[in-house]
Design a binder for this molecule. Structure first.
Ligand code: SAH
Length: 254
């Protein structure tokens, strides 16, 4: 087979945060799949074509891309951030597992990108400097009780927590419910960071506390980081605060 499928992470948005490897793979691709918002970030040459898809049809998109790669094309599947973090790489793997045996011989490469929580953490200091975990608040793909159980376990375990897919028009209450849940375990002064459109022209970052965190400050372009009990804030005159989780952590688990 001469085709290949590259699942490419574009990073958070800023072109400088695209890896050289991803850049080369984009240049070497003929057919591009992805959600319009991500495809729009890639400038195509006249000989390159794109297939725009809705964000909800992941399985179809993955199958389509695999079929075109199996037919001999150099196919790119682009995603924001990292393709392995709540994105298309797992959808492609699922289709390979379920699909024709031939697909297991295909040249499939997953090219990492800078995921939202790392871009946000770097903007404010080092809130993920010690043990942390990542939870998607979307209950489209798992029941809300599972989200609650994981929030409890993460907070009780002393992890800093990065929240993806915190809030959308179709899912307006989940972030508020998550904050309520976390307040049962964590002090009200636990540093909490909202990062909207991180490393894009309309970036907005807010550092607040779990006690004061307002879910209305988040949308689908926002990543939220809730610190652990060990996370600290350094205020600085004339500069934004630095938030960090110390490397020596004897207090986080309560
Ligand atoms: N694969 C992506 C995540 C896809 S899930 C990644 O690795 O970043 C979509 C969620 O990612 C959004 O709801 C938001 O929580 C987060 N996100 C993606 N890009 C972001 C950015 N530039 N700033 C803040 N959050 C972002």
């Amino acid at each position: 087979m001469t085709g290949r499928l590259a699942v490419i992470g574009l990073g958070p948005g800023e072109p400088d945060l695209l890896t050289p490897e991803a850049c080369h793979a984009l240049a070497g691709s003929e057919l591009f799949f992805g959600y319009a918002g991500y495809l729009d970030r890639v400038t195509l040459r006249p000989d390159q074509r794109r297939v725009v898809s809705d964000n909800r049809e992941e399985a179809d998109r993955a199958r389509d891309a695999l079929e075109r790669a199996a037919a001999g094309l150099k196919v790119a599947m682009v995603t924001g951030g990292d393709p392995g973090v709540f994105a298309m790489a797992a959808a492609v793997c699922e289709q390979i597992e379920a699909g024709p045996v031939d697909w297991r011989r295909l040249d499939v490469v997953i090219l990492p990108g800078i995921t939202a929580m790392l871009a946000l953490a770097a903007r404010v200091g080092a809130p993920l400097g010690h043990d942390f975990c990542v939870i998607s608040l979307s209950d489209n793909l798992k029941p809300w009780e599972v989200v609650e159980r994981r929030l409890d376990a993460a907070a009780m375990g002393g992890f800093a927590i990065a929240l993806y897919n915190p809030r959308s028009r179709a899912r307006p209450w989940q972030l508020g419910a998550a904050f309520e849940r976390l307040r049962r375990h964590l002090p009200a002064d636990t540093p909490t960071i909202f990062g909207r459109a991180v490393r894009r022209p309309d970036e907005a970052i807010t550092v607040t506390t779990l006690g004061e965190a307002d879910p209305a400050g988040a949308d689908m372009a926002t990543c939220v980081i809730v610190g652990s009990a060990a996370t600290r804030v350094i205020s600085r005159p004339g500069l934004p605060p630095l938030v960090y989780s110390p490397r020596i952590d004897s207090r986080a688990a309560r």
